[in-house]
Design a protein around this ligand. Structure first.
Ligand SMILES: C[S@@+](CC[C@H](N)C(=O)[O-])C[C@H]1O[C@@H](n2cnc3c(N)ncnc32)[C@H](O)[C@@H]1O
Length: 314
């Protein structure tokens, strides 16, 4: 069986291009509407790599039935936990006025990627830690986006409050979710009373950029959401406060074991069409840390099991 570092990936056209004198930064090329985007990655940050889930959402944006030309033109969008900034760059290219956000440590990488790929687009970049005050972003937004942001139970409550605070009655929230742990359903339990969730059919996703472990959801507010007063945001931190615990801290801060054979096997056994191939030893470590302990091993039974869990969410 191929080890994660040898695993082929149809996603990858990764070139190892050292940039400047700093730590190795790798460039990933992503085709979007015929333009090749060159996304710099910094594997020392969890969000510093382009994750498969983000690619699924980005390639879904190419579905012209779902998003006809001009669909996003002049609309206000915000992307939460955007890591490298890829998704926000694509929304900017489609004409949205887009806020790209993540924890403060990712902001320089996002700035470079926007500069490289979308300097002419109407894109704003700002740190946003979930649970903090969002009034500077002037909500409500037409669209909220997030890919692969559901993985840390301690962030579920602040994240749901941030989404609530950014939304208005007409807001549509597109969420790319990769199944990692069964406990992730707690986040969906928080949403369900006041939001409607519809899973986008895999037929409508890009045929290559999809995986049984990944679901893209269209989430819209129920009228009940605005019938009740805003809950007080818990644990409001100032925008200058240190970044959240370890979710995007430099590599090594969050522990995890690369020696866990079960997790390594889970990564190696993923659908090869959707495998996130490690871009570096550091990224391989992140992949292993985030590997879903509830994911079943290889095979069709595994794929359908994951699909069932995701289907059960909505
Ligand atoms: C798995 S990465 C996904 C990055 C990007 N969306 C992608 O899919 O390529 C999760 C992202 O969520 C961000 N994140 C985690 N906790 C956060 C928090 N409390 N507030 C804001 N962003 C957070 C991380 O910094 C990271 O960029």
């Amino acid at each position: 069986m191929a080890t994660p570092s040898e695993a082929p990936s149809m996603f990858d056209r990764v070139k190892q291009l050292p940039i400047g004198q700093g730590p190795a930064v790798h460039t990933r090329e992503v085709d979007f509407f015929g333009k090749t985007l060159r996304i710099l990655q910094d594997p020392d940050w969890l969000g510093g790599s382009v994750w498969d889930c983000e690619l699924c959402v980005v390639k879904y944006l190419e579905n012209l039935d779902a998003f006809p030309p001009l669909f996003f033109r002049g609309k206000r969008a915000i992307v939460l936990g955007d890591g490298t900034g890829l998704l926000g760059i694509c929304l900017g290219m489609l004409g949205a006025e887009c806020w790209i956000t993540d924890l403060p440590g990712l902001i320089p990488l996002i700035q470079r990627n926007v500069q490289e790929n979308a300097s002419m687009c109407k894109i704003h970049i700002a740190p946003l830690q979930w649970g903090t005050d969002v009034t500077p972003f002037r909500p409500p937004f037409d669209f909220i986006f997030g890919a692969d942001i559901i993985y840390l139970p301690e962030t579920f409550q602040p994240l749901s409050e941030t989404i609530r605070a950014l939304a208005g009655p007409q807001t549509v929230f597109y969420l790319g979710y990769e199944l990692r742990k069964k406990s992730d359903v707690q986040f969906f339990d928080l949403l369900r009373p006041n939001w409607s969730l519809v899973k986008i059919s895999n037929d409508d996703l890009d045929p290559t950029y999809q995986d049984p472990n990944i679901g893209v959801f269209r989430v819209t507010p129920k009228s009940t959401l605005f019938a009740q007063p805003q809950p007080p945001a818990v644990a409001i931190a100032s925008p200058d406060a240190p970044t959240a615990t370890n979710q995007s801290s430099p590599r090594g801060a969050s522990g995890g074991s690369t020696a866990d054979p079960t997790k390594q096997q889970l990564i190696a056994s993923r659908n090869p069409q959707m495998k996130t191939a490690p871009r570096s030893p550091a990224h391989a470590e992140w992949l292993i840390q985030l590997a879903a302990p509830t994911s079943p091993p290889a095979g069709d039974r595994g794929a359908s099991h994951a699909q069932r869990i995701i289907d059960d969410i909505y």
